[in-house]
Ligand binder design. Sequence first.
Ligand code: NAD
Ligand code: DAU
Length: 363
Amino acid sequence: MTQTDNHNAPILVTGGAGFIGSNFVTSWISNVGTPVVNLDKLTYAGNLENLAQLQGNPHHIFVQGDINDRKVIDQLLAAHQPRAIVHFAAESHVDRSIHGPEDFVVTNVNGTFHLLEAARAHWSKLPEPQKTDFRFLHVSTDEVYGSLSATDPAFTETTPYAPNSPYSASKAASDHLVRAYFHTYHMPVLTTNCSNNYGPFQFPEKLIPLIILNALAGKPLPVYGDGLNVRDWLFVLDHCDAIREVLKAGRPGETYNIGGNSEMKNIDVVKAICSILDELRSNSPHRPHASLIQYVKDRPGHDRRYAMDITKINRELSWSPKCSFTDGIRATVQWYLDHSTWIAHVASGEYRNWVEANYAKRG
Ligand code: NAD
Ligand code: DAU
């Protein structure tokens, strides 16, 4: 196989039916145009409706399966000979990790380990140049760095890890395993650590879609604690662009911070959504939507502030976010207004149970 042929080889994506994964798969097929094998367990967070626009597209090969199932991964690697693995699959919600941490260890730690082992067995037998060109890209989070005070400098790639929730601890453990596969086996791995994403297809357990859905329904808008916790927000398609750049030109063994240069207090995010809805739903009986805001009991161990220094990815790969928060949040609110069927389907049984479990005792 020549180098050119190898660039036309498929990539294997894990977790490609979730929020970021589905945006990544769709944007990969429209921007790069080579095939994607999409392995997803379809947990509560996985949703084939996120991939509806790829129905019938021969470049999208969906396989329902678990990253802990070594047999399935071995079969996929042997059958499709992907040139890269882009690993999104994870349990991703901090509040769920507080209610039940075990699934986070099973998927994020054990699952990443099994995927790494399968990748290593496959990669080590590849002939050149496929062996040198192979990449394992691990998608991680800024939360592994812990919490900042209002005046601390932003996280860099050398900030020591200090994860505070079972979610971030499980992601940190997986990051360390990935790092070890480079140092011990010289497997060509890359890790990206990204800040809070928002945009189309985000499951409404996360702040932004939860607030949009509750506001549309005239339900209370739950703000944890004093609402002054700060997150850095990145539009999901900017994250997908950054991952493609890291895959293309990132240096094996390196980690890259990705962020939106867009730090916001939670209460300001909620108020921004309310005022967009006031404008777009000008005859809603729930206007002004900000009157629905309710401060509720804080998240245990709630990290105060995250902020990302993205100098490295900007300097080495010329990536920077294109979408401002002002534009991205408006497009996101509009997307949810335009997708009531998608909302009706995801906001069914399991979601209602979660809302009851997480919010009933916060009031
Ligand atoms: P998500 O919860 O929306 O989707 C996760 C996907 O993984 C789902 O489709 C689910 O079915 C699948 N999955 C879960 N367990 C699996 C298993 N054992 N085997 C195969 N598939 C499995 O998550 P997301 O928000 O899209 O996040 C994707 C990745 O990006 C995660 O690794 C997360 O840690 C990371 N990340 C997320 C954000 C964010 O703001 N959402 C920010 C930075 C990094
Ligand atoms: O920073 C990256 C991380 O961002 C990702 O690694 C995680 O997968 C992703 O879930 C997200 O984690 P957060 O905990 O920051 O996101 P969440 O949307 O759950 O919460 C954002 C902020 O809003 C946080 O400070 C908690 C607060 N919040 C959240 C919910 C669900 C509320 O005030 N009320 C709520 O009801």
